[in-house]
Design a binder for this molecule. Sequence first.
Ligand code: SF4
Length: 397
Amino acid sequence: MKNKFALYIHIPYCIKKCNYCDFLSFPGCSSVDINRYLAALTEEIKCGLDFYSGYELSSIFIGGGTPSILENSQLDLIFDGLHKSISGEIEITMECNPGTVTKQKAAFWHAGGINRISMGLQSANDDELKMLGRIHTYEDFLRSWDIISEEGFCNRSIDLISGLPYQTVSNYSETLNRVLALKPEHISAYSLQLEEGTPFFETYGEDDLPDADTDRKMYELTDSKLSGQGYHRYEISNYARDGFESIHNKTYWQRGNYLGVGLGAASMMDNIRFSNTRNMVKYLECHTGFVSGDNMDTVSWESDNLGTVFRERYSDGPEKLDKKSQMEEYMFLGLRLIQGIDIDSFNSEFGTDFDTLFGKKVKKLIDEGFLSRQGNRLSLTKAGIDVSNIILAEFLL
Ligand code: SF4
């Protein structure tokens, strides 16, 4: 059986930078800049897919930034490079910003094979959207939502953020009600983090954010409202109707292979972690050097040496994860999933005894009510999910 991998494609452009966002994305770029980037990106996609042609592509996620700002002709460049590598029906997600969706675009996305839309709403309250610096109102979102629904997308996710400055439980509750009325297949609900270097970080402090009690109420409200409407929580911040968990995101939590292409994109293939430069000039230069300076036909694609060439040309610091790091990741990523981790699989993957390694720690956390062990499965309890950052850090060896 072929090894599988998920492909992440980064589009680092947005119409305008949101006030809370520290993602790698640039506002207001010209189509000349975008086209230059896409030329580099499509070459990188081609090289990556060729290099890993012995692997089976299991999902694709086009994220950003705002991939939905691309014109159809621009997106077509990406589709062109992908189609020959896709066999059968796989999950292909595109992130959309509600201010950028048109009927013509949505029809093109659907025809091009995109079968999952992840839409960043964040809040259904226009004052909050304004504070966040989003480019859309709630009405704009509804128009975009209707378009993607009418164009036949039936796997639709909505992103929300709670814990906004001065947000009340009642405002957040109204956002949840509005979202639930739309019956999306998937909802991601995160808490706001004040990220250094953002306008939010400069403007607001802890005193401006909801206090711990309010924050907890919002968090509990998310869980109770969503589970009351047929969603199951499958990851700390992610909820889905049956059959609509994100295949792509689960690859990350289950430590599957993933290849990230585009500016700053991170990869982990066969326990080797590498990531692209975050510097656009370097990214474009590096790419150009690869295309014009090397005759790729003279190098055997099979050679280990080429693995090094590929990764060093395209990325910063290939790092082979040692067994200790792999075990740590297995724990703190796997425990993010509500189903938890499989202790037998851990033992067979690492040829070790879980209880010898973690038995004492696990017993203590079970006694304290943060973990639950049912047969060979270990998972966070509700109390454990509440303080997940602290519990997950316990598994650093
Ligand atoms: S649209 Fe998304 S990526 Fe772009 S600035 Fe806003 S939050 Fe960041």
